[in-house]
Design a protein around this ligand. Structure first.
Ligand SMILES: [Zn+2]
Length: 164
């Protein structure tokens, strides 16, 4: 790896670690050594990183319509930023940019229902076909449909409007 490439990988790693992305994901996305990432995490967050398994499928974690609506917002930004490239590989810069845009759109008094690791799992599931973005002709927005889980393939916004 050349110096410029290494610098870009380290910058990306710092951004990912700052957002709390699991180190195994940061390692596979940037190629930066795990020991280095652990030190980076301690320096940024003042504590050791937590382990724990990765989400196997977003459909098993996203169980409510509001969660689905939040994941849809992220997925729509991610799709827009990365285009069709996301079907080949996870684009970590687009992942971070889309997640930051998603956070910016959540009103301050509302906790985000999607964290960065779930956003990553959404990007992964879009790539491997476990999830896809469908278009709702009623709301005219894209929404996330997941193969696993119980939410089906209808629009979360229409479903939430119907409850109002
Ligand atoms: Zn709709």
């Amino acid at each position: 790896m050349g110096a410029v490439e290494r610098y870009a990988a380290l910058r990306l790693a710092v951004r990912l670690v700052r957002h709390g992305v699991k180190l195994s994901i940061v390692h596979s996305g940037t190629g930066v050594a795990r020991d280095y990432l652990r030190n980076l995490h301690r320096e940024i967050h003042g504590r050791s990183p937590r382990g724990g398994p990765l989400v196997t499928s977003v459909g098993t974690v996203i169980k409510t319509r509001p969660q689905q609506a939040h994941a849809s917002l992220f997925a729509a930004w991610y799709l827009r930023l990365d285009g069709r490239g996301l079907y080949q590989a996870i684009n970590y810069t687009a992942l971070l940019d889309a997640f930051e845009l998603y956070l910016a759109l959540i009103p301050g008094h509302q906790p985000p229902l999607l964290d960065i690791n779930l956003a990553w799992a959404t990007a992964r599931d879009l790539r491997c076909g476990q999830a896809q973005v469908q278009h709702c002709p009623t709301c005219d927005v894209g929404f996330l449909v997941m193969r696993a889980g119980m939410l089906g393939s209808t629009c979360p916004l229409c479903s939430l409007y119907a409850r109002v």
